[in-house]
Ligand binder design. Structure first.
Ligand SMILES: Cc1ncc(COP(=O)(O)O)c(C=O)c1O
Length: 450
């Protein structure tokens, strides 16, 4: 796939930023030079995936493409119930509508924003139980995505197992630096859940990247194949929500997996109500073909080695220039410690958002804030999250090393002028998922304005 890159000038970008109310979600993608907003749905598909798209069987029920998709997912995960959905949050909505509700509490290492929002939408409470090292950007712990087993036991003792309809673990832990979860941790958490009869579900968007890091980092795992490790991760779980827009290597699609027959029957009914019949779930047959192929290709260890290495390359160069990132580099993105980068901007003036705007203004690079704008503030979540991060997410199979070198150079240039960055205030925002549409204004000192 070849796409032209339009170059904008600094002056044009200053104007575009202003018109977007300093929210890069509101900028048209053609005005972005390097788009690191997300790795979700931004994958370049392979020739085999495009070939599959042409073969897509569009029968309403029991299409050939559905059977191919199901066979691949069965062998990947071993799960008996496989529900296709249009994306991850559709899987989340179905699951939490069935098991959430007021008084319920749902733990996770760290909930992703849509997971949290779908849980809270049912009146339930979403709780983050990541290990302490996961909150420290400098910690070199190899599995900073791990869920703290002691905190889980405490939560069960506090609220009672009956109030916890599911325990989630996000692999890799996107909201916490794309950090992996170890097999050992999955087993520990599963043992605690099993004692209290709490099902364990994975938020498994980046299962292959997580498995590759298990292979690289967990003692005794480096001789195993990634597909073997992936299968063990799913074998430990009772179900999973997946956005196929990440390790499914597609532009749209999701999956909901489960073992429980009764829950699956209810989920199928909801799927039919809002997504589509159970053999296509809100997708076209050609999308199922692309997913089946993507879920196969992602296990290619040459691909995974290249992917993780290129993310590391970006991280290493930023660190060398003195830019603090969440260490060690995660699977799909580099997370800059924005509080460290803009130490002169107080948290209530959104240092992460200030850095996001500066990267766009300086070089047309679109990143995303994962800090007080995304996870804090508002009436519902007055407390700030543990870290103020800016994520540079790398789309799969899209950018080359020279694009990444451009990002490195530009970020270092912004770093050298960091004292000039100014804070922001929110002037308009919705109650939930405010980062998508919030409007900001710059807080410039009177002297600067003059
Ligand atoms: C960990 C995690 N869970 C859930 C989702 C939601 O997936 P989707 O965007 O397909 O709804 C995302 C998307 O970025 C994610 O990273």
């Amino acid at each position: 796939m070849v796409e032209p890159i339009k170059f904008t000038t600094r002056e044009e970008r200053a104007d575009l930023l202003k018109r977007a109310h300093f929210n890069v979600f509101q900028i048209a993608s053609e005005n972005v030079i390097i788009d690191l907003l997300t790795d979700s749905g931004t994958t370049a598909m392979s020739s085999e995936q495009w070939a599959g798209m042409l073969r897509g069987d569009e029968a309403y029920a029991g299409a050939k493409s559905w059977y191919r998709f199901r066979t691949v997912l069965e062998s990947l995960t071993g799960m008996p119930h496989i529900l296709p959905t249009h994306q991850g949050r559709a899987s989340e909505r179905i699951l939490f509508e069935l098991i959430g509700g007021p008084t319920k509490v749902i733990p996770n290492n760290n909930h992703f924003d849509t997971t949290r929002a779908n849980i809270e939408h049912t009146g339930a409470k979403a709780v983050d139980l990541v290990i302490a090292e996961g909150r420290d950007p400098r910690s070199q712990h190899p599995f900073k995505g791990n869920l703290d087993p002691r905190k889980l036991e405490q939560l069960i003792a506090e609220v009672g197992a009956g109030q916890i309809p599911v325990c989630m673990i996000t692999v890799t832990n996107n909201s916490n630096g794309g950090q992996p979860v170890s097999l050992e941790n999955l087993k520990q958490v599963k043992a605690i859940c099993a004692k209290s009869k709490i099902p364990l579900f994975l938020d498994a968007c980046r299962f292959a990247e997580n498995a590759y890091m298990i292979k690289q980092r967990e003692p005794g795992q480096n001789k195993r194949s990634v597909s073997d490790i992936v299968r063990e991760m799913f074998d430990i779980a009772d179900g999973a929500t997946i956005s196929a827009k990440k390790d499914g290597l597609v532009n749209i699609g999701g999956v909901l997996l489960m073992r429980d027959n009764e829950l699956a029957e209810k989920a199928n009914n909801l799927l039919i109500l809002t997504e589509g019949f159970v053999t296509y779930g809100g997708l076209a047959g050609r999308d199922l073909e692309a997913m089946a192929q993507g879920f196969t290709e992602v296990l290619d260890e040459d691909y995974l080695r290249y992917r993780l290495r290129s993310v590391q390359y970006l991280g290493e160069h930023l660190l060398k220039a003195g830019i603090q990132i969440v260490e060690p580099p995660g699977g799909h993105a580099i997370y800059i410690d924005a509080q460290d980068f803009c130490s002169h901007i107080p948290r209530e003036q959104f240092p992460g958002q200030a850095l996001v705007c500066a990267l766009y203004h300086h070089a047309g690079i679109r990143a995303v804030e994962i800090g007080s704008v995304m996870h804090g503030g508002g009436e519902e979540k007055p407390s700030a999250p543990a870290m103020e991060l800016v994520r540079l997410a790398i789309p799969r199979r899209v950018y080359t090393q020279s694009h990444i070198d451009y990002v490195i150079e530009a970020t270092i240039e912004v770093f050298s002028q960091r004292d000039e960055l100014c804070g922001l205030k929110i002037v308009e925002a919705p109650k939930a998922l405010r980062h998508f549409t919030a409007k900001f204004e710059e807080i410039r000192s009177t002297k600067e304005k003059d």
